[in-house]
Structure formats: structure tokens, C-alpha cells
Design a protein around this ligand. Structure first.
Ligand code: AMP
Ligand code: MG
Length: 513
């Protein structure tokens, strides 16, 4: 490509890279080079997110966008690397690293109040030093899946990495079958994972040296939790801050029936964003044991286990930090234990607050847990759709008779709402609401502001991906449009609000490698 054209492309995108991670010691990363791409074709570009990033795409053609977001063209200031990390995968410690992702750099923008920083990463851009036997490539459908799910979570107000673009590479990737290849541009507060700290701690313990870990933790505090520096022990404060964001995040997942699917420690970002969407999916009928991932045969990452797994992951995180908590081993252990106890409390608190809000209740009451458990048991018993139950509950406040005509096609909701036991539960709930004394309209409004009407339902996601793989982007577009405004019930989003059609086989998701 002639230099002048290259300069034009660079200017038209306008990334403003200010890379800090590459200033860490070299053991934290390896230089990486995006693979050549045969014929990049833009599949989808997230203009709303591009506006948030304040990048300048308006003069760029689709062809230029495809060049920039496939790795075919490297924007000015990019310093492409693969990051090193380790992780506990299904409980087992492994050295990992970005095997199919390349970090281009950290894009910065300044708004009126603050200066913002995002990692810009290409997922599926080819092999790196950490690819082991993998090809570093990704297939189109899994990358679009990540796009859909991350954007769905973002629209629900749940912290998450975002998706800026998906570009088809024009090449095939070879899995069980031959699939079209693609590159996803992922935008994240950072890609520092619990596993990054495990990597640093593991390296250090080989050499009996906590220096790498300390450098990483100091970096993470500067980048995400600068307030900790004012605390008496910044390292303990750092752990608490990370744990607090995880407690908030997992409570939000539980509140919308989101199942991450592979909560390995390398897939837990210390920024508190949801990250590494592989086999994740939203639950349809309520069942606490729901697992979608084809590889999660023992249900380790089932819906109801997510808070416990977060605690398990944070215990691994605390272990890496012990030497920084205190030079005295016994004291460090005691501090770590106390910190994990605090996480349990915070997790329960956020869970309870979130679930109470879903019922339109504002004040805590000692019977809250029991009230919620009774509802969940009934939902489970009648296989009621998790999402639609809470919307139906809001409708029921203006008359129980309103529910049946709205959810006529949903046997689970129907069965729940005619059950005798449910009626007595409904009375208990109404008694609580009356005691709180809020006008019913206000309760309905607040419930509908936290209970989504539209989630990325598995059958809609699959239909959109199947069509997109054959080149038809209309269903994907329609789904993404509906997901952008998840809290309203409109005629246009009616189809996306309906629960899963009956199916003989359980839904299965795959890691997309
Ligand atoms: P993930 O399922 O995305 O969390 O990935 C788990 C680990 O496997 C990470 O270290 C990835 O970089 C690596 N990995 C996944 N897919 C590939 C691939 N196609 N080639 C090389 N490494 C991969
Ligand atoms: Mg991962």
C-alpha cells in the first residue's frame, strides 16, 4: 500500500494510543504481529461505541474499517503484543497467555470530567508466542456471539468488555468443520485478569522474588484503583476493591439470569467487567442448575454456583497477594481470610439488594431471603421463564388477570400464575409492598427499570448467527436493535420477548476455539 493511502487510513480512524502495559517488564508480554488477511470484509461496526471512544470513523469507507479492524492495517501508535497470564481452568492451574488475541494498544480519550483509557484488542488475529498448538484464529459465529452478548450486557448496564467490530477474513478456519474466519475488535478497561496475577506470583515463587508481582499490582492500582493508595495498606484495599466489583458484577449476572459458562480465573477481569464470552448464555426457564457449556460436564459453572465460584477465584487471587498483605505469613493468612469473609458478606448483600429491587421492594426485611426463595422454588417447579416472570409480576400488580393474555404462549408462566401456592406467595408479596407504601405505578415503573423485557435469548441468537454465516445480516441487525433497549415492551420487540420454544434437547454452547 502506498504510504499516502496508509496515512489517510490512520488519520481517518484516529486512535489515540498511549501504551502503558508495554512499559512493564518483558516477562508480561511478547511482541505479536497480526496475521495477513486474505480479503477482509466488514461484517458489523459499532458506531455507538465508536462515538463513546471518540474515534473518527466517519470518513472511513467500509473497506478501510475492514483493514483497520482485521489487523491488515496497523493504526499509528499501535504496539501489538500478546499478554502473558496463567489461570485455574476448571480448578487446575495452567500457564496460558493470549493465544488468539493481540492487544494493539491503549486508546485514550478525554471528556469533560476525566481521561479514559481502553485496551483495543484483536481477537482471532493469528498465532502468538502463547498459541501452543492453536492457530490463533477465530470463526465468524463465535465472534458475532461475543458481539451480541457483550452489547446485550452493556445495554443492561452491566459492566462488560465491548465489541467494536467484526471483520470476516475471507479465510477458512478448521475446527470440527470448516468455518468462515473472523476477527473481533474487543474494547476493555484492561485485560488484567486474576490469572495475570497468578502468572506473576508463579514466576516470582520460582525465583523466590515478589518483585514481578509487586510491579504488576502497583500498575493495576494505578490503572484501576488509584484510591487505594490513600489507604493504610493499599494492597489489602486493592483486594477489597476488586472483590467488591466482582460482588456487584456477579449479583448483576444473577439478576438477569446470565451464565458466564467458563469462570476460570483467567476469565475474571480485575476491572470488574464481564470478559471472555465463550459458552455464555441467558437462562430461559428458571433452574438454578442450568449449564449451557458443552465442556462443563459437572456443572461447576452452573447459574447458582456463580457466586461461589467467584469466591473460589478470589481465594486464588488472595493467595497471590498474601506476601504483599503482610511480611508475616500468619498475619497475611488471617488478613486474606478476613478479606474473603468480607466478600461473602458483600456478595450476599448485593444479591439480596438486586433481587429485592426486582420485586419492587426498597427496604430490607428479615424475611426477604425466604420470600425470594419461595418464588424461585415455584418458578423452578413450573419451569417459568426467568425474565418473563418478573415482567409478568409487574403486570400482575395492576390485576392478576392481566397476565394470562400477555403470556398466552408461555406454558411456564401460565402454570406459575394459576398455582394455588403462587397465589398465597403473591399475597405475601403484596402485603410487603403495601407496608412500604409506594404508589403501585411507581413500583411497576421501578420493577420495569431493572427487569429486562428483552434478553439475548438462545434461540434468537442462534437464528441470527445462522443467517449471518450465510451472509444475511437482517436477523442479527433486528436482534441487536431490540437488545439496545431492553427495558421496554414494544410491538417491534414482541418476537424477542417470547420465551424459548419447546425443544426436546437442552441448549448447548461451545467455547468457539
Ligand atoms: P478462552 O476460551 O478464550 O478463555 O481461551 C482459553 C485459552 O486458550 C487462552 O489462553 C486462549 O488464548 C487460548 N486459545 C483459545 N483459542 C485458541 C486458538 N484458536 N489458538 C490459540 N490459542 C487459543
Ligand atoms: Mg480466556
Amino acid at each position: 500500500m502506498p504510504r499516502s493511502t496508509e496515512a489517510a487510513i490512520t488519520q481517518s480512524i484516529g486512535f489515540h494510543f498511549d501504551n502503558t502495559y508495554t512499559k512493564l517488564p518483558e516477562l508480561f508480554f511478547q511482541p505479536a504481529k497480526p496475521a495477513n488477511v486474505a480479503s477482509p470484509q466488514l461484517v458489523i461496526f459499532n458506531r455507538a461505541l465508536a462515538d463513546v471512544l471518540a474515534i473518527n470513523y466517519s470518513n472511513a469507507s467500509d473497506a478501510e474499517l475492514a483493514q483497520n479492524f482485521s489487523g491488515a492495517h496497523l493504526p499509528a501508535g499501535a504496539e501489538p503484543i500478546a499478554q502473558a497470564y496463567a489461570g485455574h481452568q476448571f480448578g487446575h492451574f495452567t500457564l496460558l497467555g493470549d493465544g488468539r488475541a493481540i492487544l494493539l494498544g491503549e486508546h485514550t480519550a478525554t471528556n469533560a470530567h476525566t481521561s479514559l483509557r481502553w485496551d483495543i484488542q484483536l481477537k482471532g488475529a493469528g498465532a502468538t508466542a502463547y498459541s501452543r498448538r492453536g492457530d490463533g484464529k477465530a470463526a465468524l459465529a463465535p465472534m458475532l456471539r461475543e458481539y451480541i452478548i457483550s452489547e446485550a450486557l452493556a445495554a443492561l448496564g452491566i459492566p462488560t468488555t465491548r465489541s467494536l467490530a467484526v471483520v470476516a477474513t475471507g479465510e477458512s478456519v478448521y475446527r470440527e468443520t470448516v468455518l468462515p474466519g473472523a476477527v473481533l475488535t474487543r474494547v476493555a478497561a484492561s485485560h488484567l485478569r486474576v490469572g495475570t496475577f497468578e502468572y506473576a506470583a508463579a514466576l516470582g515463587s520460582e525465583q523466590n522474588d515478589i518483585a514481578p508481582l509487586k510491579i504488576l499490582v502497583d500498575y493495576a492500582i494505578q490503572r484501576h484503583y488509584v484510591g487505594c493508595l490513600a489507604e493504610e495498606n493499599p494492597y489489602r484495599a486493592f483486594f477489597d476493591a476488586v472483590a467488591e466489583r466482582q460482588a456487584q458484577l456477579i449479583a448483576r449476572w444473577q439478576g438477569v439470569g446470565f451464565i458466564h459458562g467458563v469462570m476460570n480465573t483467567d476469565n475474571m477481569a480485575i476491572s470488574g467487567e464481564s470478559i471472555d464470552f465463550g459458552p455464555c448464555a441467558f437462562m430461559d426457564a428458571y433452574n438454578p442448575a442450568t449449564v449451557f457449556s458443552s465442556i462443563d460436564t459437572h456443572g461447576r459453572y452452573a447459574y447458582a454456583n456463580q457466586p461461589r465460584i467467584a469466591a473460589w477465584n478470589l481465594a486464588r487471587f488472595a493467595e497471590t497477594l498474601l506476601a504483599l498483605f503482610s511480611p508475616d505469613e500468619t498475619e497475611a493468612l488471617a488478613l486474606g481470610k478476613a478479606a474473603l469473609e468480607r466478600f461473602h458478606e458483600r456478595m450476599n448483600l448485593h444479591w439480596l439488594n438486586g433481587m429485592r429491587n426486582k420485586l419492587g421492594l426498597t427496604a430490607a426485611h428479615e424475611s426477604d431471603f425466604e420470600l425470594l426463595q419461595a418464588l424461585f422454588n415455584l418458578m423452578h417447579q413450573h419451569a417459568a421463564d426467568f425474565t418473563n416472570t418478573f415482567r409478568a409480576l409487574a403486570h400482575s400488580l395492576s390485576g392478576l388477570a392481566n397476565v394470562a393474555p400477555l403470556y398466552g404462549n408461555e406454558p411456564g408462566i401460565h402454570a406459575l400464575f394459576i398455582a394455588m401456592e403462587f397465589h398465597s406467595w403473591h399475597e405475601r408479596w403484596q402485603t410487603r409492598l403495601k407496608a412500604e407504601g409506594q404508589p403501585i405505578d411507581t413500583v411497576i415503573e421501578t420493577m420495569n427499570a431493572v427487569n429486562p423485557a428483552v434478553i439475548a435469548r438462545n434461540h434468537n441468537v442462534e437464528a441470527a448467527l445462522a443467517a449471518a454465516t450465510t451472509g444475511d445480516l437482517v436477523p442479527l441487525d433486528a436482534l441487536l436493535t431490540a437488545l439496545r433497549e431492553p427495558f421496554v415492551e414494544t410491538e417491534a420487540n414482541r418476537g424477542f420477548r417470547e420465551g424459548a420454544p419447546p425443544s426436546g434437547t437442552p441448549y448447548r454452547t461451545f467455547c468457539g476455539t
